[in-house]
Design a protein around this ligand. Sequence first.
Ligand code: PLP
Length: 284
Amino acid sequence: MSRIVYVNGDYLPEEDAKISVFDRGFLFADGVYEVTSVLGGKLIDFEGHAKRLERSLSELDMPAPVTMDALLEIHRELVARNEVHEGLVYLQVTRGAADRDFAYPAEPKPSLVLFTQTKTLADAPVAKTGIKVISIEDQRWGRRDIKTVQLLYPSMGKMMAKAAGVDDAWMVEDGAVTEGTSNNAYIVTKAGTIVTRHLGNEILHGITRAAVLRFAREAQMAVEERSFTIEEAKDAAEAFITSASTFVMPVVELDGAQIGDGTPGPVATRLREIYLEESLKKAV
Ligand code: PLP
């Protein structure tokens, strides 16, 4: 069976799913996206992703192609049609096809594409061992709070990590860690405080970040939203990342230095358990 993809109102076999060569997503990276995880056939934190999508669209003066209620129905229909028990739904909205011009078209017809990917997430083996990261300079644009499809620098970062024989890269700007190439970055101090970069234009406001910080505070864990350096991270008791597809993932090595005892720490391990448990309760 071919995977079924949603394109502008139609559910099509993937080989028939097409977008115009004049689409501004293709020509200008004039598009935004969301990735929502699926566990047990249900969507994790759909509302958070829908709200961030609305914000990304509004920051770029891009019209929403359908209502958020319609979007939920499309997500559910795709998950059902593709029989996704565990995996992801990828969604992309672009400003649509128009004659090539840097200025936005006066009457844009946004494109909407969604597809699914089946993937083992909750029991991903790497969660048991943790990941290794290197630090790289953050060379992205200044509005990282908007979830745009301009992902070339993060792709380059993943390739730098791959070339260094590790799993990912943490980006550094003005001496402080911003975030991972596709995730938010955290350390746990020796005193047990969870530290992650404060919100601003410099990082993506992760949906998983918001949930994990809420759960951590509810569990009486100390949380500080502030900048931290690579040196502080190397000296931390633990480190981890969060994203919709990795949930809470321990980081055990940074620039060749072992973090803590080089195995997933208790805080990251507990937060992963709490996140999975609590998010599943509200999955739709
Ligand atoms: N930061 C960046 C740069 C990302 O690309 C992502 C996810 O793609 C995240 C953080 C994590 O965001 P979320 O938890 O909403 O998946």
